[in-house]
Design a protein around this ligand. Structure first.
Ligand SMILES: NC(=O)c1ccc[n+]([C@@H]2O[C@H](COP(=O)([O-])OP(=O)(O)OC[C@H]3O[C@@H](n4cnc5c(N)ncnc54)[C@H](O)[C@@H]3O)[C@@H](O)[C@H]2O)c1
Length: 305
């Protein structure tokens, strides 16, 4: 694993009882974080090159800050290693596509960590939609409200709320309905309670029209006291469903279960099975839409478009 910060540690918790995937070593240059990981018995290196040289690896899980996703991925691919990279896969759709081609040219697996695709209730919903169980899907509403904002130091390079949080809902919508966005409007709460958070505003909402006529609402926010909530509502001509993927009652367990399934699915893909997760090309489209919503909401886009 490259990057042993907040999300890297979440992956470690998710994989602690996996029988198929284990974290053999971690690259983490920040000494305080590295020391904590060493105390847990993990070999920790300050550079990826050192880790690659000293460890037999089947693949790399990348959990570095977003602006470093693509260069870290390129480095691992050049070293001949398959990559499972955290979302949003950098900030630039063009670079995301280019890396997809690089991986394909080398015959290496490259997957982006949109863990919702490994949540059993969402996998069932997708299958039921494909089998027309809900009839015509009129409206899909996806929301993600975090318990509390991340530190300003993270928000300054997150890409903003649509690129950091909204990408999950965009990928989920494209994957569940197999329809692209054709029209949208987006808005954002005009300010943040943390002035150091830059363009990473505290909440934002989007309404989009999809290619086959379904409307979708994406709701994002940084304040939901009691715990994070991720919820989905689907209204169809023959049925409806509404459920929380994560809630203050579930805590992080659904995410940990999905992250473990994601890593195990990636390992099977590296072993030759068909991929289940998000490809670089799909992640590039998600990034494009996240940039579009950011711009439509009137928030400055950080990073290259
Ligand atoms: N899938 C999800 O639900 C989810 C949730 C949270 C964060 N994330 C993603 O995970 C990524 C990391 O977020 P985070 O909250 O863990 O940030 P973080 O800042 O807590 O952790 C990043 C870590 O990477 C390390 N690092 C920086 N440069 C490095 C390098 N060149 N090589 C190795 N390590 C390096 C830092 O020292 C830090 O410990 C972000 O891209 C974020 O979007 C995903």
């Amino acid at each position: 694993m490259i990057g042993g910060g907040r999300m890297g540690r979440t992956h470690l918790r998710a994989l602690q009882d996996s029988k198929q995937v284990s974290i053999a070593a971690v690259t983490e240059p920040f000494e305080a974080s590295a020391a904590g990981l060493r105390e847990e018995g993990l070999p920790v290196y300050s550079t990826a090159d050192e880790m690659f040289a000293k460890t037999a690896l089947d693949g790399v899980l990348i959990a570095v800050p977003t602006p470093q996703h693509t260069e870290t991925t390129r480095h691992a691919l050049e070293a001949g290693l398959p990559v499972l990279c955290e979302k949003p896969f950098g900030l630039s759709p063009d670079t995301a596509r280019e890396l997809g081609k690089l991986a394909a040219g080398k015959g290496l697996a490259l997957q982006v960590g949109y863990w919702r695709r490994f949540v059993p209730e969402l996998v069932s919903l997708r299958r039921d939609l494909a089998e027309n169980k809900y009839g015509a899907p009129h409206l899909l509403m996806c929301s993600q409200w975090d318990e509390a904002p991340p530190p300003a130091s993270f928000r300054q390079h997150s890409g903003g709320i649509y690129i950091d949080m909204g990408v999950h809902e965009i990928d989920q919508t494209l994957w569940l309905l197999d329809q692209d966005f054709v029209d949208f409007r987006a808005q954002a709460f005009p300010s943040t309670e943390d002035p150091d958070a830059h363009n990473d505003v505290d909440s934002a909402q989007a309404l989009a029209m999809l290619a086959a006529g379904t409307s979708t609402v994406i709701s994002l926010g940084r304040f939901y006291q009691g715990g994070d909530v991720v919820s989905v509502q689907l209204f169809g001509s023959r049925g409806h469903t509404s459920f929380d993927v994560v809630s203050p009652d579930t805590g992080e367990q659904p995410q940990l279960t999905a992250l473990k399934a994601q890593a195990e699915g990636f390992a099977r893909h590296v072993g030759g099975e068909a991929p289940q997760g998000t490809s670089a090309e799909e992640a590039a489209r998600v990034l494009e839409l996240a940039h579009d919503l950011t711009e439509a909401a009137g928030i400055a886009v950080l990073g290259a478009p």
